[in-house]
Design a protein around this ligand. Structure first.
Ligand code: HAM
Length: 428
């Protein structure tokens, strides 16, 4: 039986990669415009980083990590998300000595052992931004405005932004007591996970996906109603910053997010169209305690991650055009006898090489096909120009260049071909 890709993973085929490239290029352009630089952290980290950073009681750590022991018996985990790795890298590389804030982004695959469904995979890609070393609401607003601009530039007509504040270590204990009092009256109706969460981290119960628990918890006290004055001031700053930039948002007191590191602001962009997805395209928030938790100096941070596959689904649902994959601009066809060396084939290979040397893309036949078959192939590859080299061309020193767009044919001296092509490109 032929082997299949593991459940929850997908191939990005050559025909799809043009749209992946164009989305990634847009993300990189946007980061440049906002002054964010790329950080690349390892695809796997010590398991402890995620247990500590993301949180022992989260679904990610309890159920979704692909943890394994390496040959020396170290427990390692393919990253389920990017923020903990960025925090570790920040500490390990002494980035606290760099001018603050540090504005970073990443673009790469993440791994979670999840129930696979539409828009939910085991290997998925995230584009994420993190601002480390800025405590004020301006950083939260900048990140949200970056996201808003990303979606606008991609031509998404609608995404819903929801924001909330879940407080800080000074107001949270009081809120936890209130929540625990509410939960304690309903413990026998909650699932095993929630009963355990009740002891260790009651806020996590609000994130439970079990329908019965969700119904029981619908009247639970909500963090936003119990935040301290400092957190309320921060939240006011976020709201007024967004209003000043004309970015619409809703306050959703029920957002808690599935990771433990969040403090104060949390936000999500929900699909504007794909109700079947019923999920977030992007999630983020502030994590003022994470760097301290990972062993660094207390340093504030805030960030987000966009799920790339979900973003594609959203773009598809609006019928957004997919860029087509094109081959090289020049196809140099050669007459000659099969794969056997011929003067024409050798010349075609050399001409393609010379074009590539000056930065022009060119292909030539690798399979010893007839000229007719090469022309068909060039057409399918969407070459812009095709040249046929045969004995006549070699004898006369000229060849006909056919523009595939309009069929126009131009005779060009072979000796000056590269210069001709370079001129053509600057004119186009
Ligand atoms: P998250 O909410 O776990 O946050 O994930 C962010 C986004 O990744 C989600 O909104 C979704 O679009 C996408 N995503 C998550 N899981 C899957 C999956 N199984 N399949 C497809 N897409 C998925 C984080 O990861 C945080 N690190 C965000 C953050 C950055 N907070 C601060 N900085």
């Amino acid at each position: 039986m032929p082997l299949k890709a593991p459940k929850g993973t997908r191939d990005i085929l050559p025909a799809d990669s043009a749209r992946w490239h164009s989305l990634e290029a847009e993300a990189r352009r946007l980061c440049r415009d906002f002054g964010y630089h790329e950080i690349r952290t390892p695809l796997f980290e010590h398991t402890d980083l995620f247990s500590r950073g993301v949180g022992e009681t989260t679904d990610i750590v309890q159920k979704e990590m692909y943890t394994f022991n390496d040959k020396a018996g170290r427990s390692l985990t393919p990253r389920p998300e990017g923020t903990a790795g960025v925090a570790r890298a920040y500490i390990e590389n002494g980035m606290a000595s760099l001018p603050a804030p540090l504005k970073m982004y990443y673009y790469g695959p993440m791994y979670r052992y999840e129930n696979v469904q539409h828009g939910r995979y085991r290997e998925f890609w995230q584009f994420g931004c993190e601002v480390v070393g800025s405590a004020g609401p301006g950083a939260d607003v900048e990140l949200i405005s970056l996201l808003n601009m990303f979606f606008t530039r991609l031509g998404l007509p609608k995404t819903d932004l929801r924001i909330n504040s879940i407080g800080c270590p000074s107001c949270r204990p009081r809120y936890h007591e209130l929540l625990k009092a509410y939960l304690s009256e309903r413990l026998d109706k909650l699932c095993g996970d929630c009963r355990e969460r009740f002891q260790r981290n009651p806020l996590r119960a609000l994130d439970c996906k079990n329908e019965k628990c969700r119904a029981e918890l619908s009247g639970a006290p909500l963090a936003l109603d119990h935040i301290c004055n400092d957190c309320a001031g921060h939240f006011e700053g976020v709201k007024s910053g967004l209003t000043d930039l004309g970015i619409p948002f809703d306050i959703d007191k029920t957002i808690v997010r599935g990771l433990d590191y969040y403090t104060r602001t949390v936000f999500e962009f929900i699909s504007g169209n794909l109700t079947s997805l019923g999920s977030t395209i992007c999630g983020g928030g502030r994590y003022d305690g994470l760097i301290g938790l990972c062993g660094g100096q207390q340093t504030p941070g805030v960030g987000f991650s966009v799920g790339i596959e979900r973003l594609f689904l959203e773009l598809d649902s609006y019928g957004k055009a997919v860029p087509e994959q094109a081959g090289a601009r020049y196809f140099i066809a050669a007459a000659g006898d099969g794969v056997k060396a011929s003067a024409a084939r050798a010349y075609a290979a050399k001409l393609a090489h010379n074009l590539r040397s000056v930065g022009l893309s060119a292909e030539t036949d690798l399979n010893g096909r007839s000229v007719r078959a090469q022309m068909k192939y060039a057409d399918k590859r969407r070459a812009a120009y095709v040249v046929v080299i045969g004995d006549d061309e070699l004898n006369s020193g000229t060849a006909a260049v056919r523009s595939m767009a309009d069929g126009a044919v131009t005779n060009v001296l072979l000796d000056g071909f590269v210069e001709y092509a370079m001129k053509l490109e600057t004119e186009n």
